[in-house]
Design a protein around this ligand. Structure first.
Ligand SMILES: *Cc1c(COP(=O)(O)O)cnc(C)c1O
Length: 374
């Protein structure tokens, strides 16, 4: 017991009494799915993001999938995207038989690099899918110029960026996820945000078994899924969404404690120069250029031994066993994503972290780097 009291988890959701009360109200109402809380959450989220429409779905992955499907991407179509992300962002193309084509990232911001995107566009390219990595916006203005000039759809994976001004409002659609490590959580959950009424209507039909747009009960106009998000989840999300500015501020405060304690260590702190107002998703450090092989794994293991949650974030998608085996990707194909992926570590991060815990992570990390002579 003693040991676990001192453990600092990698992520931890903060559910308050008001959130629990909101869920209890739904449970007592008798309307557990497709009730009024779904539309309420959708309008709350649309307002927060600044888009006219939001569509709540079961998780971030199916939100990405529905956007790809609603845009009509087909086998043979190519989607230019980043290898430095969570695997769901490129899998979304594969679900519809389209091909993800990776382009390398910017070594400073870790965002998809617009020049690299340009070089990957072919006659088959239909869309660019970029990610607001760790909550920092991708270079949307430049990506939008390219998309416009080349006649491509633009898809925003904003799963890590809820609360960053304008996140989720670029391109044809933005996508959010509400897994317990995100800024808001309902355990599982996701949403699409868009300016396009037709895309929103299609996504609503597709999440609900392809039902007709006028919601006639058992009329199915197209192939759809059950990707619905229940009222219980939507009430839980609306309740947390009310304090989003506070959540963003308290995460920024934890990040500032880290910045202060880690700035003299031999590490790069990639989010230090993120624009004011960025909604922090994780706290990432980048190990120095010259490191021994597997140094990152050694640091993560040593932190865990000391009761500190840490993880490799992100291992590049193209080097995942499934992508290597299916598409023949190898080391050396996306050198920046690989360089960064070999060095980036996520440290414990949540609104519940105390300054004393950040202190402890900082001093343990300092001791580990010294013992490894990094
Ligand atoms: C969390 C996340 C998703 C979606 O994850 P789900 O677990 O399906 O909700 C997608 N892309 C990125 C970059 C993410 O961080």
């Amino acid at each position: 017991m003693e040991a676990s009291m001192h453990e600092i988890p990698l992520a931890r959701p903060e559910i308050r009494q008001e959130d629990i009360d909101a869920v209890v109200e739904v449970l007592k109402s008798g309307s557990l799915s497709c009730g009024p809380w779904v539309e309420r959450f959708e309008s709350d989220l649309a307002r927060a993001v600044g888009t006219p429409y939001a569509v709540a779905v079961a998780n971030g992955t199916c939100a990405l999938h529905l956007v790809v499907r609603a845009l009509g991407l087909n086998p043979g179509d190519e989607v230019v995207t980043t290898p430095y992300s969570f695997v769901a962002s490129s899998n979304a193309a594969l679900f519809e038989g389209a091909t993800p084509v990776f382009a390398d990232i910017d070594p400073k911001t870790y965002a998809l690099c617009p020049d690299a995107v340009e070089s990957k566009i072919t006659a088959k390219t239909k869309a660019i899918l970029a990610v607001d990595v760790f909550g920092r916006l991708a270079p949307w203005e430049r990506l939008a110029q390219i998309a416009k000039r080349r006649g491509l759809f633009l898809i925003e994976d904003s799963c890590e960026a809820l609360g960053t001004p304008r996140a989720g409002s670029f391109g044809e659609a933005g996508v959010f996820g509400f897994y317990p490590n995100k800024q808001l959580t309902s355990g599982e959950g996701g949403a699409i945000t868009t300016h396009d009424a037709n895309l929103a209507a299609l996504a609503k039909s597709m999440r609900n078994q392809g039902r007709s747009m006028d919601h006639r009960f058992l009329v199915h106009d197209r192939l759809g899924f059950n990707f619905r998000l229940p009222d219980i989840s939507c009430a839980l999300l609306s309740s947390q969404l009310r304090r989003l500015p506070e959540i963003v501020r308290s995460r920024a405060k934890v990040a500032a404690w880290y910045n202060e304690r880690l700035r003299d260590l031999p590490l790069r702190l990639p989010m230090m120069d993120a624009p004011e107002g960025t909604s922090w998703f994780v706290y990432i450090v980048e190990l120095p250029e010259k490191i021994p092989e597997r140094a990152k794994d050694g640091v993560i293991e040593a932190l865990r031994t000391r009761g500190i949650g840490a993880g490799a974030y992100f291992p590049p998608i193209h080097l995942q066993p499934f992508y290597r085996n299916t598409f023949g990707y190898k080391e050396g194909m996306f050198p920046v994503a690989e360089y960064v992926g070999l060095r980036t570590i996520a440290l414990p991060f949540s609104t519940l972290m105390t300054e004393a815990q950040v202190d402890r992570v900082g001093s343990e990390l300092r001791a580990i780097l010294e013992s490894m002579r990094l």
